[in-house]
Each structure stands twice: as structure tokens, then as C-alpha cells.
Ligand binder design. Structure first.
Ligand code: ADP
Length: 456
């Protein structure tokens, strides 16, 4: 089947759909190609945390923050390997992106929190579970507008170039070949390659072998767009920068089942019941420390204040009661009882909590350098849940400029080609802050859509 449109977007995750909606709002006819049977990609599986500094919600909670602080933490948190201009555009447009989502009907909770490896309380949480709020909001917009079409089960395979300008894409759907001609150009938004074990091994430099490490990623995160972009001359950067989290489910690698409710009120202990790291640190720092522990295995430990009732849910819409019933979380009326259930040394666990509670009282930093605290772990019942390292995000990818235009190896724009989301590189450096991915994909998805609609 052959189609004609203004803008074709490849990939129906958060970045692609933001680009599609934004291109349409800016006057373009849009077709989205999604290779899976449904929209959402990794975005819909994410915890939903969206960093934005200087938001009115922070002000209402008395949280001090600024766009400069968000910039500095993002830049330094990636070891200064990110492009400062791209980071500046990200942090300046993060809160406006939340307002844009709200203008499309998306709802966020009032409370702002610190997400794992986010380093600061600036994460905004959607009011519906996981990343569903983003995808459903875009889907509603698409349903209400005729000039955006989504082709599911349709895999993009190759870009079409006419007279030096990217002008469409060839792919395959359930009923055969699909060709889309795009007057304005193509937005690449196929996500990262966290589910492509060969590529992970190929580019891995800073971790031990990851052959047996599971991933949080959906099976479609295979890096398809990178090869397509490279064929037309795109510059790929930072592919060796792989993000692992210390909080994968031991059986599946997924984030589900994680009992933490924000960073401040929980500790991690190893199989001996000892703490081993600043649990408010960067994701790479925490995961590297975890890899040095026995069986690379940790327990998240917290108290009742995180789960006031058995029906209280975690960030993944699971109640603590059901997690306990499934054997994925454990409960004790005392720390000693909890220690026995999870088979760690009770004296060590009691001491770890005592030391943590002392640091809460003083505000730290504690012996691990931790400074993010809120309340003590002192109210029974106490809960613990097991976690292991998991591959989460690929920071490297296609080099873009602040208009989300794709650059070639000489730093020149490739006409008609735009990219946004996890497929891009150069923003997060060696380590992405928790909560920055949703901000990134929304900000740059929106920009890519605008640029493509304007045929920049
Ligand atoms: P991002 O957060 O950058 O939006 P996601 O993982 O959420 O990334 O979304 C990327 C989407 O792109 C996924 O839904 C994935 O299935 C889709 N995708 C990946 N490769 C292709 C391809 N070759 N053709 C069409 N869609 C693709």
C-alpha cells in the first residue's frame, strides 16, 4: 500500500506520538508507523516520573529548585558528556511540556517527588498508572483528528531519499509492503536498543558482561532506527553509554514489583543485611555498588508509612498485599521478624536501620554520603522486596541539534530527517537522571513535530 502525507513518524512511543500531535497542531498531515500491535513502547512501561524544575507544584510544597539546578545536575550527572545546548533546551522546556500535556487533557498529581536516581524532588507523577497517561492522551487526540493516522503492526525498514532530502519510508505491514511518501520529512522515534542483547554486548564498555542481565525494556526496543539513520549518513554518538538500574525484578528484570515509594524513605541492604551505598545516588553508582554485593542482590527495606493500608499501591499499580501474596514482598511486625523472613542477619538489619534513622535525625550526610532523607524507618509493619540489576536505557544514539534535526558526521543537517526520544544521543552523557527520559521524549518529540511541520 502506498500513502502520501506531510510528516511520517516512525515509532509510536512517547516521543513519536508527541511529535505526531505536535506536527498536526502545526498544520501537518501525519502518519505514524508502529511495528508492534499496540502503541506505547517503553514509555507505557515506565514509572511515569517527569522531571520539571521551577514548577508551581514544587513551589506549593516549598521545594527549592531552579532550571539552572536541573541543568547542572543533568550535565554533571552524565559526567559532562552531554551537549549543554541540548540539555538547556530540555530543562527550559520541561515544565512547558507538562502544561502542553495538560492542555491535551493529561492529569498529573499535585505531589512532586524524587525518583530513583533523580537526585532531586522534581518528578511529576501522572494520575494514571505507569506511562499510560501519556499514551492515552495522545491516542485521544489522534482519535479526535482525521489527519493523523496510525498504522500498527507496520515495521519501518528503510528511508526514502529524493534529491538529497529524506522524503519517506518503506516498510512492511501484515498485508505486505507499505510505502509512505512524506512531503516534509520523517521523524525517527523508534526508541533505544535495551532489548537487543547483541547490541548491548557489542557496545558495552563500562559494565561486566551483560549477557545474563535482564531488561526492563519492551521487546521492540531493538535499535532499528539507528541503522536506518546511519544508512543516510546520520552521526551516531555515545552508544557505549548504557544505563542499568539496581531495581529489576529478580525473575523478569522488569520494574514491576518494586516496593519503593520515592527515594527518601527506604534503604537497600545486601544479603547480609548491611547497607552498601548512598541510595539517593546516581543510577550508575548504585548499580555498580550492587554488582559488587553477594549475588548482585538487594532488599529494599521500608516501613508502614509507605503503605498506610494493605491496599496501598506502589508506583506500578500493585498493592503491597498482592505483592506479599505473590512472594514478591515480605512483611514483619519487627525488623527481626522481617530479617528472618528474608534470610538476612537480624543484628545487621537492625543496626542498618538504626544508623539510617540517626542520619535522618541529623539530615546527613551519612557514612555513604547520603543526603536525601525524609522520615525514619520506625513504624511497623516493615516491608522488604528483592531487586537485581537490570538494563534500562541506552543514552547514546542519533546526534541532533536543538531543532531535533538529524546531523551527519560533519555536523550538517540531513534535510527532511528529524529524531526524538531514546533513539537520540548526546543529551544524557554517561548516566541519565531518573525522571529525565519522559521530559526528554516529550520536549524533543514536540520540537521534532514542530520542525517537521515547518519543513525546517
Ligand atoms: P521513546 O521513549 O523514545 O518514545 P519508546 O520505546 O517509548 O521510545 O517507543 C519507541 C516505539 O518505536 C516502540 O513502540 C517501538 O515498537 C517502535 N519501533 C521500533 N522500531 C520500529 C520500526 N522499525 N518501525 C516502526 N516502529 C518501531
Amino acid at each position: 500500500t502506498e500513502y502520501k502525507t506531510d510528516v511520517v513518524v516512525i515509532g509510536g512511543g512517547g516521543a513519536g506520538l508527541a511529535a505526531a500531535v505536535s506536527a498536526h497542531q502545526n498544520g501537518a498531515k501525519v502518519i505514524v508507523l508502529e511495528k508492534m500491535p499496540r502503541l506505547g513502547g517503553n514509555t507505557i512501561l515506565s514509572g511515569g516520573a517527569f522531571n520539571a524544575a521551577s514548577s508551581p507544584r514544587q513551589v506549593a510544597q516549598g521545594i527549592e529548585d531552579s532550571i539552572d539546578k536541573h541543568f547542572t545536575q543533568t550535565y554533571e550527572g552524565g559526567d559532562k558528556l552531554g551537549n549543554p545546548e541540548l540539555i538547556r533546551t530540555l530543562v527550559e522546556n520541561a515544565y512547558p511540556a507538562i502544561e502542553w500535556l495538560e492542555s491535551l487533557g493529561m492529569k498529573f498529581n499535585d505531589e512532586v517527588f524524587t525518583v530513583l536516581g533523580g537526585l532531586w524532588p522534581r518528578a511529576h507523577k501522572p494520575s494514571t498508572p505507569l506511562g499510560t497517561g501519556f499514551i492515552n492522551t495522545y491516542q485521544d487526540y489522534i482519535n479526535a483528528n482525521n489527519d493523523i493516522e496510525v498504522l500498527l503492526d507496520t515495521e519501518a525498514l528503510e528511508l526514502i531519499v529524493v534529491d538529497g532530502r529524506v522524503a519517506g519510508v518503506k516498510g512492511k505491514g501484515l498485508k505486505g509492503d507499505v510505502i509512505v511518501h512524506a512531503n516534509n520529512g520523517v521523524v525517527l522515534a523508534t526508541g533505544g536498543f535495551g532489548a537487543n542483547t547483541d547490541m548491548i554486548e557489542q557496545y558495552n564498555q563500562s559494565w561486566p558482561s551483560l549477557a545474563n542481565v535482564k531488561t526492563t525494556n519492551h521487546p521492540g526496543a531493538t535499535g532499528d532506527g539507528l541503522a536506518m539513520a546511519e544508512t543516510v549518513g546520520a552521526n551516531l554518538i555515545g552508544l557505549e553509554n548504557l544505563q542499568l538500574l539496581p531495581l529489576g525484578d529478580p525473575n523478569t528484570g522488569s520494574l514491576s514489583g518494586n516496593i519503593e515509594q520515592g527515594v527518601e524513605n527506604r534503604i537497600f541492604v545486601n544479603k547480609s543485611g548491611n547497607r552498601f551505598v548512598d541510595e539517593g545516588a546516581r543510577r550508575d553508582v548504585m548499580t555498580k555498588a550492587l554488582l559488587e554485593q553477594e549475588d548482585a542482590y538487594l532488599w529494599v527495606v521500608l516501613d508502614k508509612k509507605n503503605y498506610p493500608t494493605p491496599e496501598t499501591k506502589n508506583n506500578f499499580n500493585e498493592t503491597i498485599e498482592e505483592l506479599i501474596a505473590q512472594g514478591r514482598a515480605f512483611k514483619g511486625d519487627t525488623l527481626e521478624e522481617l530479617a528472618e523472613k528474608i534470610n538476612v542477619n537480624p543484628d545487621n538489619l537492625v543496626k542498618a536501620v538504626e544508623e539510617f534513622n540517626k542520619a535522618v535525625a541529623t539530615g546527613g550526610p551519612d557514612e555513604f554520603g547520603r543526603t536525601l532523607f525524609d522520615t525514619k524507618i520506625d513504624t511497623p509493619p516493615f516491608y522488604a522486596g528483592p531487586r537485581v540489576p537490570t538494563v534500562h536505557h541506552t543514552m547514546g544514539g542519533i546526534e541532533i541539534n536543538t531543532n531535533a534535526q538529524v546531523l551527519n558526521k560533519n555536523g550538517e543537517v540531513i534535510p527532511g530527517l528529524y529524531a526524538a526520544g531514546e533513539i537520540t544521543g548526546g543529551i544524557h552523557g554517561s548516566n541519565r537522571l531518573g525522571g529525565n527520559a519522559l521530559a526528554d521524549i516529550t520536549v524533543y518529540g514536540r520540537i521534532a513535530g514542530e520542525s517537521a511541520a515547518a519543513k525546517k
